[in-house]
Design a protein around this ligand. Sequence first.
Ligand code: F6P
Ligand code: MN
Length: 366
Amino acid sequence: MSSTHRQSPSREGIGIAPVTLSRFLIEQQRLPGCPCPAELRLLIETVARACKAIGHAISKGALGDVLGGLGSENVQGEVQKKLDVIANDLLLDANEWGGHLAAMASEEMETIHRIPNRYPRGEYLLLFDPIDGSSNVDVDLSVGTIFSVLRAPEACAGRDVTEEDFLQAGRDQVAAGYAIYGPQTLLVLTIGTGVYEFTLDREVGSWRMTDGPMRIPAGTREFAINMARRRQWSPAISRYIEERIQGAEGPLGIDYNMRWTASMVADIHRILKRGGVFLYPADHRNPGKARLRLLYEANPMSFLIEQAGGAATDGADRIMDLPPVGLHQRVGVVIGDAGEVAAASNRRSAAAATSREIERSLSTPG
Ligand code: F6P
Ligand code: MN
């Protein structure tokens, strides 16, 4: 028998497994400036655990009696799905007792959920959209959970947290992320030090880093928009889309593709991985009427996209600078590849002239 040293068979051939979420967060905690203090780490790990449970419930589908509606409406007047409520409860239960939160707010709840007195109160505020794109659940398409973390203002020490304490600009977020329940279950996260993707290893039950720091690939000719809302678009958005539909025969001289999943999480995930832009503009004819929520959707997604080198506006201004005025406030969203966002945003004066030109060119035969 050879006397050469041999590696133990148990380590040989296994390779080094990708870093776990826990290890990533602990290493972030040790970085200069400590971007991830222990309480924030525990909070993120708790949200990730709840997302595992949500993913598990979703995957049972009809066998778990989790599909379909409840016959009730949420505060937005939208039909609630069973899974909207299950996921909301899972997030509340998981995060109530850990001592890292002062209060929570959810797209599915009319007002905030304070941490009950029987538990210690922490220094963070958690906001979430428990199931984003929930109309997709019943037809087995991707859905997600979006979350955002703020610091509770110092002024709320010694008194009850109020809704106003949540009304902070997106740039004040300390963490944001989403879980996506698709062919794989993923967690995509930022704590302001880049964007990292973790894949759920179902056999072991842990999240392992599979991408990051993520950068939005530039120059991808793909836009995501609900074309059926066309009559609501501003001249600037109409022009932006019209130019892209004209493709190689239009002023840009290049073809674009369109994608629409009806789940913001899935569209944003595709953009982080492959590039492109997502638009859900506010209704130009009816100021203030928009689809997506500033605090539960637009702000966390803007934080992620900016951290990956992209941009996000409401059609004119940076979303993360908008001062929130209400917990369930809605906002127009143009988000993704920075060049595409700039092209679709803030072109109001130029757009008026150009949309007239486009109308003329479309009505001119030949
Ligand atoms: O949560 C709102 C949402 O479901 C997003 O996830 C998605 O992008 C959008 O609404 C879909 O809108 P529509 O029903 O107009 O396609
Ligand atoms: Mn949503």
